[in-house]
Design a protein around this ligand. Structure first.
Ligand SMILES: Cc1ncc(COP(=O)(O)O)c(C=O)c1O
Length: 382
């Protein structure tokens, strides 16, 4: 019966991150830097709020858009942190993680034949959804611009079919962020175009230098931007599956239909946990961010000393060194490293073909593991 499976689904591949992870899972004594998952426990007040929700029988369906209190807390959070203005009543949707927010955003706006621009190397969660909508992913090579999407690059790739641009900063896998000036240049270019921007800001609370800037805070961009965020990375809540969509009401009124027929609503218990995160735990990300920054500085210095060419990250918990001084192929390099040195990194090719010649190191691990893994890499490369 397999031949009857939707051909678009048949053509999708399992994420390269997962493929590599599975391939090296049976090697013993391996230090793994492959995980995109915070290594801190979920804050206590979040857990207590969820336990109370269960005890209080908060176990029914919620509004399709999520509890109004949670939407209010999310709107208030992004207002105070990033100067974003969204009405809780009709401009905020609670989703099942940022992953579902991505799915809903694309499925709401894309039709067959549309093009979506992605700055590559890029998180592998977008392309399959775009393809399933019958639309065309258009990757832009950002390896010559410090992994930043610039207005100049963008200008060269916009066509009459461009429906959306994905702006995924702080970036997974590079850790790079865009400044207000850089976003302003993009906004100026887009003034002449009716193109959506899907701004995936899931790492916004993990910005090391200065405050995160959202393109939706630029007045001309608000009407065309769909902001994606969530508590997975900021509050170490990946398993709770709570994300958000922020957009003008004329867009959310369509996105809520896709959400409704997909999941009805996000988990009521998780929503109560997220409410505690965004009210009692507004600053929960700070100590984690401090720790990530310390690890980033350490990993950056060690990698540079070993001879890698590295763009210094300014957010998230990834670093994306070029392996070109040592090897031409990311996959082979990463496989050799597992076998010979006992260290697992994700090959850059998991983040599109433009990741060839790079590897991703996630430092969402203890400082001891980071040190030991980098020591092993250094010995191997010598
Ligand atoms: C850039 C980016 N967007 C979205 C997600 C998915 O987040 P969530 O776990 O909230 O679905 C991830 C997870 O790694 C990510 O790196």
């Amino acid at each position: 019966m397999e031949h009857l499976i939707n051909t678009s689904v048949q053509n999708i591949k399992i994420s390269g991150i997962r493929q590599f992870f599975n391939m090296v899972a049976h090697y013993e004594d391996v230090i793994s830097f492959t995980i995109g998952q915070p290594d801190f426990p979920t804050p206590l007040h979040v857990k207590e709020a969820a336990k109370k929700a269960i005890d209080d029988n908060v176990t029914s369906y919620t509004h399709n858009a999520g509890f109004i209190e949670l939407r209010e807390a999310a709107a208030s959070f992004v207002h105070s942190r990033y100067n974003l203005h969204y009405r809780a009543e009709d401009e905020v949707l609670v989703t099942v993680g940022a992953s579902q927010a991505i799915d809903i955003a694309f499925r709401t706006i894309l039709s067959a034949g549309d093009e979506v621009i992605l700055p590559a190397p890029v998180y592998p969660g977008y392309e399959p959804v775009i393809s399933l909508c019958g639309a065309q992913p258009v990757h832009i090579d950002t390896t010559e611009t410090d992994f930043k999407l610039t207005a100049e690059l963008l200008k060269k790739h916009i066509t009459p079919n461009t429906k959306a641009i994905i702006l995924p900063y702080p970036s997974n896998p590079t850790g790079v962020t865009l400044s207000l000036e850089e976003l302003q240049d993009i906004a100026t270019l887009l003034e002449k175009h009716d193109i959506f921007v899907i701004s995936d800001e899931i790492y916004s609370e993990l910005t090391f230098y200065g405050n995160h800037v959202s393109i939706a805070s630029i007045p001309s961009m608000r009407e065309k931007t769909i902001v994606i965020n969530g508590v997975s990375k900021s509050h170490s809540m990946t398993g709770w599956r709570i994300g958000f969509l922020f957009a003008p009401a004329q867009i959310t009124k369509h996105m809520i239909k896709v959400l409704q027929y997909s999941v009805s609503c996000a988990s009521s218990v998780s929503q109560k946990g997220a409410l505690a995160a965004l009210t009692e735990g507004k600053d929960d990300a700070l100590p984690m961010k401090r720790e990530y920054k310390k690890r980033m500085e350490y990993a950056y210095e060690r990698l540079v000393k070993m001879g890698f060419t590295v763009t210094k990250p300014s957010g998230a918990f990834y670093i994306f060194p070029s392996i070109k001084p040592f090897h031409h192929d990311s996959h082979e390099f990463a496989l050799n490293l597992v076998k010979e040195a006992g260290v697992a990194l994700t090959p850059g090719t998991a983040f599109s073909d433009y990741g060839q010649g790079y590897v991703r190191l996630s430092y969402a691990c203890s400082m001891e593991q980071l040190k030991e893994g980098l020591d092993r890499m250094e010995r191997y490369l010598k």
